[in-house]
Design a protein around this ligand. Structure first.
Ligand code: FES
Length: 142
């Protein structure tokens, strides 16, 4: 059911932890499953120099946050913003359909972290998208 990559990132998650005095923090939760993800970013010259996460959630949420942090490290804020949950799932060699919402948490947590950084620095906050489709899938997946 789960790819090798999902199992690897679930068993050995990269970038676990928190960053003290982080430039930006994003916390999101899924009300249906109760899982929570928190992402910390350290930004210098518009580049994400460091990123850590804490996820209280299922294996797919842990694997998604681990992969997502790997994918945005060293990227500009614009590049990190463009990382979709689908790209995270693809990088993990796929997630089962009922687990796609777990990757959405990663995308949303990154967006929130970036916006919290932008807000703290008097920059315009970017518009977050909604993922009602994925949440819908989740409701029926249970
Ligand atoms: Fe909800 Fe994975 S994040 S079950």
């Amino acid at each position: 059911m789960y790819s090798e990559k999902v199992m690897d990132h679930f068993r050995n998650p990269r970038n676990v932890g928190e960053i003290e005095n982080a430039s930006g923090i994003g916390e999101v939760g899924n009300p249906q499953c109760g899982d929570i993800m928190k992402i910390y970013i350290e930004v210098k010259n518009n580049v994400i120099e460091d990123v850590k996460f804490k996820t209280f959630g299922c294996g797919s949420a842990i694997a998604s946050s681990s992969m997502a942090t790997e994918l945005i490290k060293g990227k500009t804020l614009e590049e990190a913003w463009d990382l979709t949950n689908k790209a995270v799932a693809e990088a993990l060699d796929g997630l089962p359909p009922v687990k796609m919402h777990c990757s959405v948490l990663a995308e949303e947590a990154i967006h929130k972290a970036i916006n919290s950084y932008r807000e703290n620095h008097g920059l315009e906050v970017w518009k977050m998208k909604t993922h009602s489709e994925t949440i819908h899938e989740h409701v029926h997946g249970n």
